[in-house]
Design a protein. Structure first.
Length: 335
């Protein structure tokens, strides 16, 4: 006497699990532009939201500021000399027709006026360059964003080729950067939904697959995936995260794990034929679920599957069904 059950069909959700960490989507390193100098003040801290153009830190201006003042004075002097030279040339032109001045003298005064105007332009360019250098002592944010890291202190000397002073997450956008096995990567597609759980945070976050890696790491056999996430104060860059990405939903047969046998011919189950004899059916398995093993092909769901102790039965053997066998779940088998 054996107990068997028809497994039927049920909805099976296939998911791919990804592990990784939370990161800023677009990370911008902020470094010194120009010669650098000594840090005089730091105006932001890690975690602060900043606006484009906001000053993050200031360098010492003990050298740059006096240079601007000196060049400004030189520009004023050049302008005064240019006005004087222009006046002399205008007066020379006024008396040129009377012959009071020689043509050579008029030409000399013209040349002096042109040279004076040129010196004014040179002084203006030098002043603009010095002011640009002075502005570089203010380290500003190139975009709106969130301060991720700060690696400088007041009094520290920084230069253009050194380590970035700040790292900024543009717009405060975050994402999960994860690794996935090469056999699961083809199942993923941009736009698929993901459920992301972050260590230490009870609430899961809903994300979207936004980018899939183009290569597989030859050492680890893993590919990369990036999942866009909403801005939230609990999503801190560097935190460990795990994502579950739904890749398909389908009606499948699910049988208890004890119902599946394996030999050199592959995976198979034993079913009770209409004449109450044992029959073998080869199956293709598609994964494991809480209710048992998913059968991709080989069963329709209406078959009477022997769920327990099938290994004690022989193909073609005559059996008798227990009269109190449940309809959906097998209680066992007594050969």
């Amino acid at each position: 006497v054996v107990t068997a059950a028809a497994p039927g069909m049920r909805e099976v959700v296939t998911q791919v699990t990804v592990t990784g960490a939370i990161s800023a989507r677009d990370e911008m390193p902020i470094t010194v532009v120009g010669e650098g100098g000594r840090v005089a003040a730091i105006l932001v801290e890690v975690g602060d939201a900043v606006r484009r153009g906001q000053v993050l830190a200031r360098l010492d201006t003990a050298v740059a500021a006096p240079q601007v003042g000196s060049l400004l004075a030189a520009l004023e002097e050049a302008r005064a000399n240019a006005e004087l030279a222009e006046g002399d040339f205008s007066r020379a032109q006024a008396v040129a027709s009377s012959g009071a001045l020689a043509a050579q003298e008029i030409q000399r005064r013209r040349s002096q006026a042109v040279s004076a105007r040129a010196r004014v332009r040179v002084a203006e360019a030098q002043l603009a360059e010095s002011r640009a250098r002075l502005r570089r002592t203010d380290i500003t944010a190139p975009q709106d964003g969130l301060v991720l890291t700060r690696s400088v202190e007041v009094g520290q000397t920084v230069s253009g080729g050194g380590e970035p002073m700040f790292r900024l997450g543009r717009g405060g956008a975050v994402e999960m950067r994860g690794r996935v096995s090469e056999q699961d990567l083809p199942k993923l597609a941009v736009g698929q939904g993901a459920r992301v759980v972050v260590t230490g945070v009870a609430q899961p976050f809903n994300g979207t697959v936004r980018l899939l890696g183009a290569v597989i790491d030859p050492q680890t056999r893993l590919g990369s995936v990036r999942i866009a996430l909403p801005s939230d104060r609990n999503l801190r860059p560097g935190a460990f995260a795990r994502a579950e990405i739904e890749v398909s939903r389908a009606q499948r047969v699910v049988v208890p794990q004890t119902a599946v046998l394996a030999d050199k011919g592959g995976s198979h189950v034993l079913v009770i034929a209409p004449d109450d004899t044992v029959k073998r059916l080869d199956v293709v398995l598609g994964g494991t679920r809480a209710g048992g093993l998913v059968v991709e092909s080989g069963l329709l769901g209406s078959e009477r599957v022997v769920t327990t102790a099938a290994a004690y039965l022989r193909v073609g053997e005559k059996v008798r069904l227990a009269p109190d066998a449940p309809a959906a779940v097998a209680a066992g088998a007594q050969p």
